[in-house]
Ligand binder design. Structure first.
Ligand code: HEC
Length: 143
């Protein structure tokens, strides 16, 4: 993609679909959809062997399964990057390492072969689970 490769950034074309982890996607909608997010729509997906369903979609209000507001993080990207974070655009870093991201991509349940997990990926996924543990929602039993 031209904008993605440009050192000066730019505005992504309408219809751009970008994804880092299998469950989080940004789609550039036609101009005028949402002024605040510059027409980016944020999606949180459920992915399984049977395919994909949309868990949440929307603009500035979409929160991921870890309680993070998509736009809340992405708006920190410098203006010229059109709310795309990557690793150097000014967003607060996410706690996922490169191997964890790779492991998530390799184990996307929609892809053939995703149920055979390499030892390396298995380790990264284990570390990821440990990382997410303290922040996972707990069942508060009231009473
Ligand atoms: C805690 C802050 C944070 C939250 C919450 C967050 N993101 Fe991101 N997102 C980032 C960062 C930082 C990157 C770049 C990570 C990298 O490249 O290593 C990123 C990367 C992405 C990318 C790849 C393109 C890019 O910007 O680099 C997409 C697509 C994306 N996020 C979508 C979403 C969606 C959809 C949600 C909500 C369901 C979401 N994100 C929630 C911080 C966040």
């Amino acid at each position: 993609m031209k904008v993605a490769k440009s050192p000066d950034g730019g505005v992504y074309p309408v219809g751009s679909v970008i994804q880092l982890v299998p469950t989080e996607v940004m789609v550039k909608q036609p101009k005028g959809f949402n002024e605040i997010t510059h027409d980016w729509e944020f999606f949180e997906l459920n992915v399984s062997k049977d395919g994909t369903s949309i868990n949440k979609r929307g603009f500035a209000e979409v929160v991921n399964r870890f309680g993070g507001n998509c736009f809340g993080c992405h708006l920190k990207a410098e203006t010229k990057w059109d709310f795309v974070c990557e690793t150097s655009h000014g967003c607060d870093p996410i706690p996922l390492t490169e191997p964890m991201l790779k492991a998530l991509q390799h184990t996307d349940p929609r892809c053939p072969g995703s149920d055979t997990v390499s030892a390396e990926d298995a380790l990264s996924l284990k570390q990821l689970r440990e990382l997410l543990q303290p922040k996972a929602p707990t069942d508060h039993k009231s009473g």
